[in-house]
Design a binder for this molecule. Sequence first.
Ligand code: FCB
Length: 430
Amino acid sequence: MTTYTDLRFPQGFLWGCGTAAHQVEGNNTNNNWWEWEQEGGHIKGGDVSGLACDHYNRFDSDFALAQELGHNAHRLSVEWSRIEPEEGRWDMKEVDHYRKVMESLHRHGLVPMVTLHHFTNPIWLERMGGWSNPRSVDLIARFSGFIAKELGDLVPYWFTINEPMVIVVASYIAAEHPPRQQDWSAAMTVSRHLLQAHGAMYRAVKESTTHNPLVGPVHNMPYIEPYDPDSEHDRNAAALADLLMNEYFLAGIDTGTVGPPAGQGEEVAGLKGAWDFIGMNYYSRHRMAHDRPIDPAGLPPPDAELTEMGYEVFPEGFYRQLARLKKYAPPVFVTENGLSTKDDSQRCRHLLRHLAALHRAMQEGTDIRGYLHWTMVDNFEWAEGYQQWFGMVAMEPGTLKRLPRPSAYLFRDIARRNAVTAAMLREHLG
Ligand code: FCB
């Protein structure tokens, strides 16, 4: 029998969930995803985001629920296409909406952690080529400065671009997200622009408010291994994928240069050290085979425990990727971690095993300040539509009523105690 001990977290540790505007708000009619959904044929089951969780109208009761569920922080994104519906025109009604959202977070004891870009582009930007247009760098920096000036008094933490390298892979290599291209050269151009944009956004936020905001990236860090460790080709494929997905962006900020595979060390003014923390997302292990197309599920071993997305449950990779972040100076927030499952007891086990991995990385010296689970309420899962269940809270079809699952209460107890107890581990992991 395994002997468990309590795992305690440092005082002030942040506990909460993450969301993205397009996945929860509803009626985000002015961005490239909405447009793409209407084309048909791109989203599983022909789904469209539609009303999503109607969070645009229900944010106050959602935050009240988060508070009841023990959260003390909340990650969400502001929707650029609402705030700047046409290039250079600010919609102050929407700014006012987000001000109310941030005020509601404060009222409910939730620290606002705000993402400036989470996958969606305003249609006007998409029409000029989106991230492949070099102007995207200045345009998003201007937006970031504007909204930080407007909301700076209410937002202590800003994230620049959600998962830049997922944008590169999903939109320009694997052709799963709009503009659905398979073009290595475009992927490299976009990789450069995203890194430049991060630096420009960091500076824009810092310069726009006197409230000393903390700003950083959100980086998805799959644990990457060769499919066949004995194959040199697979090892090379894994090394390239790891360089692109995991190293390139963080090394870029650390050194202030565009390194391989998208550059040769060209300096970017203002990029070096443009992070006050690292936002880290982790879902799974990905095994790379040189002779197979990129598989979002990462070619799991035959005996692996899988999620509804087909991803492997691999907490060891979470530990290793967190340990890897020790070499960089800034502290870490886990900004996403979770799974899609119809079996909530699997979610409970997943949560505990990942928190144990996080705790171990922390004990061994990675400075981790918070854990934001993905996600609170089931929502619109991009190209998977509504066919996935990432929520600790279910949403009743039709009424959109929020129905907490047992994992939501387990998470509440962890957050309130600021600890995973031995009893919890015994109960769920046996
Ligand atoms: C991440 C995205 C997030 C959500 C989760 C499941 O890659 O950032 O919006 O879709 O995956």
